[in-house]
Design a protein around this ligand. Structure first.
Ligand code: IMP
Length: 428
C-alpha cells in the first residue's frame, strides 16, 4: 500500500475517523491535507472515545508519523487543547510523531468572530457553519493577507504580519459589522505561548511526505468533511471553504496526484447533513427522527442534531466517480436494523424534466433544491448486526441491501462497519 487516500463520499460525518484509525495500522505516515477543526473524527478504542478535530487519526498509533499539510487551516489553540487532552490520557505526541506544515494558514480569534458575524449578516441565506473561523481563514489565504504557521512561530514576523492583517480586519469589524476592534497586543499575549510550543513541530511537510514515498513508506492521506461539501464540486454555497476531495491532496499535502493509487470513499448506509442547503433524500418525519436516535446523529464538533435521510445513490455515484474511488466503505449498516423497509433514493425527478437524466447529479444548485427524490424501498431486517464479523453471517436482507447498492453504484464495497469500535468491521 504505497498510497491510500480516503475521502468522505457524502456530507461529512461518514465515520471516517474510525476507518482511518483502522487503516492507519498499515501505514507509516498519515497526512491531513485540508479543512481544520471543523472536522470531528470519532475513534473508539475499547472503553475510550476520542474525538479528534485537528489531529490526523493516526495519532492514536504511537509509532506513526502524522503530518498536518499546508492545505489545513490550523487553529493552534484547539491543536494544543487536543494534544493536552491526549497527554492527560497517556498519549504523548512529540515532533517525532507530529509535524505541522510551516505553510499552513493559522486561524486566529478574529477569524472565529468574523465567521459568526458573516453568518448573522447572511440572515436566512446562512450556511450553518461550524463557527470555527474556517471560511474567513481560507478567505485571507486567497486574499494573501493570512498568516502561516511559519509566521506564527517567528516572533518578529508574527508582530509585523499580524499588525498588517488586523489593520484591515479591524476596519471590517468596526465599519461593516459595527463591532469592537481586535487588540494586536491581546492577540500576541494569547498566541505567544502556543506559538512557542508550535515551533518544534513546524516543518516542510510536503518534502517529508515526498521523501517518505521515495523511501517506499506507506502513506495514508486522510480526508475531512465530505465530497458534497467541496468548495467547487459540492452544493455551493452551502459547502465548506476547502476542496474536500482527492484533488486536495496534490495542493494540500504537496504530493504529486499522479502517484495516488488506492482511493477509498466512505459513506454511511443512509445519509446525514449538518448545516443548511439542499438534501434531496432528507426524511424530516418520524423515520428520520428514528435514524437520528438510533445512529446518535449529533455533530461531533458542534453537538448540533444532524439532518437525517436515506442513502442517495445519485449523490454517492457522483462522489465516487468525481474522486476516482477504487472502492468504498459502507458505515453504520447496524443503524438500519429494525426499519421494516429501507428507502433508497435512486434518482432525481425534475419539475421541468424533459430530457433530464434522473441518475445524474445536477451541476447547478437551484436544480438540486427543486428535485424530488425517486425512492425505492428495500426489504429491512430485525437482527442486531453489531457482533457480526463475516459477510455471510449477515441476515439475507442486509446482504441483499449491500449487494444491490454496490450494483447500483458500480464501485465495490471493500469494508462494512457495524458499530463504533475499532473491530466492528466486516471485510467484503
Ligand atoms: P464551515 O466548514 O465551518 O465553514 O461550515 C460550512 C458547512 O460545512 C456547514 O454546513 C458545516 O456544518 C459543514 N461542515 C464543515 N465541517 C464538517 C464536518 O466535518 N462534518 C460535517 N459537516 C461539516
Amino acid at each position: 500500500m504505497p498510497t491510500l487516500s480516503v475521502f468522505g463520499a457524502q456530507w461529512g460525518d461518514e465515520g471516517k475517523g474510525k476507518i482511518i484509525d483502522g487503516l492507519a495500522r498499515d501505514a507509516d505516515v498519515v497526512v491531513r491535507c485540508q479543512g481544520g477543526a471543523n472536522a470531528g473524527h470519532t475513534v473508539v478504542v475499547g472503553e475510550e472515545r476520542f474525538v479528534l478535530h485537528h489531529l490526523p487519526s493516526g495519532i492514536l498509533h504511537p509509532e506513526k508519523l502524522n503530518l498536518i499539510g499546508n492545505g489545513v487551516a490550523v487553529d493552534p489553540l484547539i491543536l494544543f487543547e487536543e494534544l493536552d487532552g491526549l497527554a492527560a490520557r497517556g498519549i504523548e505526541v512529540t515532533p517525532n510523531t507530529l509535524r505541522v506544515s510551516a505553510a499552513a494558514h493559522v486561524i486566529f480569534e478574529h477569524h472565529r468572530r468574523v465567521d459568526g458575524l458573516a453568518e448573522r449578516w447572511r440572515g436566512s441565506g446562512r450556511i450553518g457553519t461550524t463557527g470555527r473561523g474556517i471560511g474567513p481563514c481560507y478567505a485571507d489565504k486567497a486574499a494573501r493577507t493570512g498568516l502561516r504557521v511559519g509566521d506564527l512561530v517567528d516572533p518578529a514576523r508574527l508582530e509585523e504580519r499580524l499588525a498588517a492583517a488586523l489593520a484591515e480586519k479591524n476596519a471590517l469589524l468596526e465599519k461593516v459589522y459595527g463591532e469592537a476592534p481586535v487588540s494586536a497586543a491581546e492577540v500576541l499575549d494569547r498566541y505567544a505561548p502556543v506559538a512557542q510550543r508550535l515551533g518544534p513541530f513546524a516543518a516542510d511537510t510536503g518534502a517529508e511526505v515526498r521523501r517518505a514515498y521515495k523511501d517506499g513508506k506507506s502513506i495514508l492521506f486522510e480526508g475531512a468533511q465530505g465530497a458534497m461539501l467541496d468548495l467547487d464540486h459540492g452544493t455551493y454555497p452551502f459547502v465548506t471553504s476547502s476542496n474536500t476531495g482527492i484533488a486536495a491532496i496534490g495542493s494540500g499535502a504537496g504530493f504529486p496526484p499522479n502517484r495516488l493509487e488506492r482511493v477509498l470513499g466512505i459513506a454511511k448506509a443512509y445519509c446525514t447533513r449538518v448545516g443548511e442547503g439542499p438534501f434531496p433524500s432528507e426524511d424530516g418525519g418520524a423515520q428520520g427522527d428514528l435514524l437520528r436516535k438510533r445512529g446518535n446523529e449529533y455533530g461531533a464538533t458542534t453537538g448540533r442534531p444532524r439532518r437525517c435521510g436515506w442513502l442517495d445513490l445519485v449523490a454517492l455515484r457522483y462522489a465516487l466517480e468525481l474522486n476516482g474511488a477504487t472502492g468504498w466503505v459502507m458505515t453504520n449498516l447496524d443503524v438500519l436494523t429494525g426499519f421494516p423497509k429501507v428507502p433508497v433514493c435512486t434518482g432525481y425527478a425534475y419539475a421541468a424534466s424533459e430530457g433530464r437524466d434522473p441518475g445524474l447529479f445536477p451541476g447547478h444548485l437551484a436544480d438540486l433544491g427543486a428535485v424530488r427524490p425517486i425512492v425505492e424501498e428495500r426489504p429491512g431486517w430485525t437482527e442486531d448486526l453489531t457482533a457480526v464479523r463475516r459477510f455471510e453471517d449477515l441476515p439475507p436482507a442486509a446482504r441483499d441491501y449491500v449487494s444491490w447498492i454496490e450494483d447500483q453504484v458500480g464501485t465495490p464495497v471493500e469494508l462494512l462497519s457495524v458499530g463504533p469500535d475499532r473491530d466492528q468491521v466486516i471485510p467484503r
